[in-house]
Design a protein around this ligand. Structure first.
Ligand SMILES: Cc1cc2nc3c(=O)[nH]c(=O)nc-3n(C[C@H](O)[C@H](O)[C@H](O)COP(=O)(O)OP(=O)(O)OC[C@H]3O[C@@H](n4cnc5c(N)ncnc54)[C@H](O)[C@@H]3O)c2cc1C
Length: 407
């Protein structure tokens, strides 16, 4: 029995998993403990939340059933973007223009804050600011692209539309018009998360693993995390930052888990334009890519709407072959052969927006469901919002992401 679903989160290796990482100290939980906040999950969401809450002066205990950074975070392709999966024009139709613009703007603020916080903490994670090309596809045709760019400009974003010829000439990509956006961030997700964990540890946080939180009880004395066959931890507040292993206490509506696939090529800096923008196809199924600090291309997509891990893994060769073929068509000048191939479970939400906030009917409990392609941007958004909700200042955007929202 566990408080969260148990999944086989990923298969294969990403480039970051082959790079050495300074040890992140953790301990066994040997006795009952107390804290101001229990954070369940030592992935990038737990790391950023723990950094924010220790910075607010709170004593934080982090519990993880595997160990630090052993969940989905090392599988991330780490295109840290403010542009959310659902185009602003489409989101406006679904939830209203006012809310859609507020969500897009908050996403940009969270990404800016992530970059600024990482710089302030001196985190070394191959961070590099990148533009994004949002390529015309079957989700947005040329007219749709123009309308989307106008909507983004109206909301305050600096964007332009590049004609197909300019996309080809500037970046060597197959001819397709695109929206050019700015200010996104490439990173090594493992090192980025490790940096935030170290910051929290430096302010007295403790990581305990392997500790499976089996159940959570709420009462007048606060929240108690009962661990599988072991001691318990009690605190006034608990945050579920358990990624795609959904807490059983959290409403499932509007969230689903799918399967996704990725490849990384050999380094080839001379074949790739310096500072190649992130590339997203406005297509279904979508394809996305970026370069890394060594001049590899990291490319992903081909999502399947099922969660069965055996089925997911059985399709890996076929799916990564399809990604390679699409990459070769889009960037004919590069060697598209994969040196790394991996796949994983991937959380999606119906609007591409995260759920962050208090868990209904569980006083003192909060959850982060950063589902959608902007998972890491949403981790930072969660750190900001939960700091406000837990450390007492509130957050004027929390209604947009609440588990009680109607949209
Ligand atoms: C292939 C792939 C590509 C992606 N690409 C991007 C991208 O380009 N850009 C982007 O922004 N996002 C991307 N994402 C999403 C992003 O990686 C995730 O949103 C993020 O890593 C989730 O971090 P997390 O800390 O919430 O979850 P995790 O890293 O999974 O951490 C959750 C932790 O909770 C622990 N846990 C769960 N249940 C319990 C329990 N009961 N008791 C104790 N511990 C528990 C787990 O062991 C785990 O360590 C991608 C994801 C995948 C899989």
């Amino acid at each position: 029995m566990s408080a969260t679903l148990a999944r086989d989160l990923r298969t294969g290796r990403s480039p970051w998993m082959s790079r050495p990482l300074p040890a992140i100290p953790f301990r066994k939980l040997k006795r009952d403990m107390t804290a101001d906040v229990i954070v369940v999950g030592a992935g990038i969401s737990g790391a950023m939340v723990a950094d924010a809450l220790t910075d607010a002066g709170l004593k934080v205990i982090i519990l993880d059933r595997r160990g630090p950074l052993m969940g989905s975070t090392p599988a991330s392709t780490a295109l840290l973007q403010y542009e959310i999966d659902t185009p602003l024009t489409e989101l406006a139709v679904r939830i209203g223009l006012d809310r859609a613009e507020r969500i897009w703007r908050r996403s940009k603020l969270a990404l800016d804050a992530l970059r600024e916080r990482a710089a302030y903490l001196g985190i070394k994670a191959d961070l590099a600011v990148r533009d994004t090309l949002y390529l015309q596809g079957d989700v947005l045709d040329r007219e749709g692209l123009d309308l989307e760019a106008a909507a983004r400009r109206r909301a305050g974003f600096e964007v332009s539309v590049l004609p197909a010829g300019a996309v080809q000439d500037r970046y060597g990509l197959a001819r397709r018009a695109a929206i050019l956006g700015h200010g996104n961030l490439a990173a090594d997700p493992r090192r980025l998360a490790a940096g935030f964990l170290h910051a929290a540890l430096g302010r007295g946080a403790g990581i305990y693993a392997p500790v499976d939180v089996a159940s959570v009880e709420t009462g007048r004395d606060g929240v108690t995390a009962m661990t599988e066959g072991g001691p318990s931890v009690t605190a006034p507040h608990l945050v579920f930052a358990t990624g795609y292993e959904l807490p059983k206490y959290v409403p499932r509506k509007n969230h689903r888990i799918a399967s996704t696939y990725c490849i990384a090529t050999a380094p080839q800096p001379s074949a790739i334009p310096a500072e190649l923008p992130f590339v997203w196809e406005a297509s279904e199924p979508y394809l996305y890519l970026r370069s890394d600090q060594d001049g590899r291309i990291i490319c992903g997509g081909e999502d399947e709407d099922f969660v069965d891990e055996d089925r997911r893994d059985a399709l890996m060769r076929e799916k990564t072959g399809t990604i390679q073929a699409k990459l070769a068509r889009l960037m004919p000048g590069i060697d598209s052969n994969p040196v790394y191939a991996w796949c994983g479970s991937f959380g999606a939400s119906t609007t591409g927006t995260p759920s962050i906030g208090a868990v209904p009917k569980m006083p003192g409990c909060f959850a982060v469901l950063g589902y959608g392609g902007n998972g890491i941007t949403f981790s930072m958004m969660a750190a900001q919002i939960l700091r406000g909700l837990i450390a007492g200042n509130g957050d004027t955007d929390s209604d947009l992401f609440s588990f009680r929202r109607k949209f």
